[in-house]
Design a protein around this ligand. Structure first.
Ligand SMILES: [Fe+2]
Length: 275
């Protein structure tokens, strides 16, 4: 008997899932319901999920193969290459992901989803904002949609990851980070819906148009995608989990709790080449 409760956070993005213990082996029907809610709401939230690393990896594997992060030498943990350690505190100058982005969009096949469990929260702050790129696409004029449709853009991991490696004192000049072109408007491989696929952390320029036009269009898109109407905001508690769809949602981790600590583990699910 599957008793999942699915409570939307806003009509456009986010839903809280209740009546499930993710430490358990899930029934096929439960997995299908979670997948359906994930595709409908783009990000799912769970509370009070005291998962160990193996249970978190097992939950991720219900939805696909696990992705190995290109910057895992900075944020990995021994024996678990699929785990990304999220750790911000008095010794960190910035938190990972403190601007709008889709995880590792610089990869040729960027991850389809990310599952973050936070096990240490600051006394206040440290929320994550999520934004629906379906809603952002839908809100564009038809002439702007037409203009953007054939364009591709460069997503380069170098500037972000090199900056962070330098700050962490582990910069290796020989290390090369992924850089790939992706469509500015992508079609979700499962819902077939269109969304805007550029983000502030990785997208550097639009291909095939003059530099100043590329800069102006990206500036417009970065402002457009950050409109509050497209967003929901998640307040973490100890053992909360968020599971987001990187193909149609952006997220932004707030860095407003220095010098307090926020720590967690993320597993990331492999994805397809954006089309
Ligand atoms: Fe992220």
């Amino acid at each position: 008997m599957v008793n999942l409760e699915i409570n939307p956070v806003t009509p456009l993005i986010g839903a809280e899932i209740k009546n499930i213990d993710l430490r358990n082996t899930l029934h096929k029907e439960e997995i299908a319901k979670i997948r359906g809610a994930f595709l409908k709401h783009s990000v799912l939230f769970f509370r009070d999920q005291d998962l160990n690393i193996d249970q978190q990896k097992a939950f991720g594997k219900y939805f696909g193969d696990l992705h190995i992060h290109p910057a895992r030498d900075r944020n990995g943990i021994d024996g678990h290459p699929e785990i990304l350690y999220i750790n911000a505190g008095p010794d960190t100058s910035r938190v990972n992901g403190d601007d709008w982005h889709s995880d590792v969009s610089c990869d040729e096949k960027p991850p389809m989803g990310s599952i973050l469990r936070i096990f240490e929260v600051p006394s206040s702050g440290g929320d994550t904002l999520f934004a629906s790129m379906y809603a952002a696409y839908d809100a564009l004029s038809s002439s702007m949609k037409k203009f953007l449709e054939p364009l591709t853009a460069i997503h380069d991991g170098g500037p972000n990851y090199i900056d962070r490696a330098k700050r962490a004192g582990i910069y290796k000049p020989e290390k090369v980070f992924p850089s790939n072109s992706h469509p500015v408007i992508r079609t979700h491989p499962e819902t077939n819906k269109k969304s805007i696929y550029v983000n502030k952390i990785f997208t550097q320029s639009i291909n095939g148009i003059p530099k100043d036009e590329s800069k102006a269009i990206l500036e417009f898109l970065f402002q457009h995608i950050a409109k509050p109407t497209f967003q929901c905001r998640f307040k973490w508690e100890k053992d909360s989990i968020a599971f987001w769809d990187n193909r149609c949602a952006l997220h932004h981790a707030m860095w407003d709790y220095y010098p307090e600590v926020r720590r967690g583990y993320r597993v990331t699910i492999a994805g397809d080449k954006p089309l």
